[in-house]
Design a protein around this ligand. Sequence first.
Ligand code: SF4
Ligand code: SF4
Length: 379
Amino acid sequence: MEHTVYNWQLKRKMAYKYPETRPKKQVAWVFDTNKCIACQTCTIACKNAWTAGKGQEFMFWNNVETKPWGFYPLGWDLRLLEKLNGQSWSGERYTGKTIFENAPYGEEITGFQPEEDDYQYPNIGEDEISEPVHQGEYIKIPHQPWMFYLARICNHCTHPACLAACTRKSIYKRDDGIVLLDQKRCRGYRECVRACPYKKSFFRAYTGKSEKCIACYPGVEQGLQPQCVINCVGKIRLFGFISQWDKPREDNPIDYLVHIKKIALPLYPQFGLEPNVYYIPPVNVPDEFNRQLFGPGAKQAVAQYKQAAEDIKLIGLLMLLGSTDKIMHSFKVQGTINTGVGYGYDAEGKEVISVPLKESIIIRKPYDEQRDVHRVSIS
Ligand code: SF4
Ligand code: SF4
């Protein structure tokens, strides 16, 4: 690798193929893993929008897998973690090697090429828990065996491995941070597929070219959040623009969760790509597993999430997730925990959404004397 770039998630400089160039804006997502129910509505919304064509049958730009045993494609993260030979952190600083620094002699990036078969079981390991429950054992609270749902899309990385690996220079990063793959330039060498540690660049044999998530840019350009966000049933997702790590804005919803509260963390930051999908880690998972997936801030993020009900601004923002199809550029929360309201604003500062922190519950009488009717559902 010829150049060095700064990676704020590793708190150090690292080797990269190109000089550091940060876009004017950077798209980013926050996913709250604790709210995902694995309904796969996001997966199907994305598939209907972008990958319903010939030769795209096993291509899921968005997928949701059950950790620890779910993988799409098969073993995508374990196979790479083995190649990285262990990772180490010193406080918040990563002291191990990234996929760019660990490359074997003669190669630029540590990666692997999945087989075609590896993509054919996107639901492998679904709902499987971390360890077997033997006959006669009873479930203790909190549960000893655990699992959680990990929703995954392209991370529109700040230092993308797909872009660094492409010998045709077909992959580029726009001014808004979206990473796109130019179909006209691509010759299907699959270097991007091999290099992307998240395996979010895909080869389509039917066209002989590679394809990847486009962050629903036609909608984003109109001020709309992507389809996977708008359609999320669990309201686990938020899309917006993240500020530079040293210039966070208190009223920017993404900055608040990532930079200020540090409750949303990147997935496998140690790979070194500065990914821009940030996860609120699951609360029911062992600390070591969360640390491996989300880095050294995971324990603190879980502790903070458990206290969220006492933090009016944080809970107000979490309530705004999944509440509007518009991109929220800023937000505010007013009132008390019982009467408060969260507000979201567009790029011009116009209010696009307001949500109460607590919805009022109206309980009607089972027997309505005025109408002389009995009600089955009374809430
Ligand atoms: S997640 Fe993979 S495909 Fe997406 S920008 Fe990063 S390296 Fe490229
Ligand atoms: S739509 Fe939302 S809740 Fe359903 S699987 Fe996707 S991320 Fe999870």
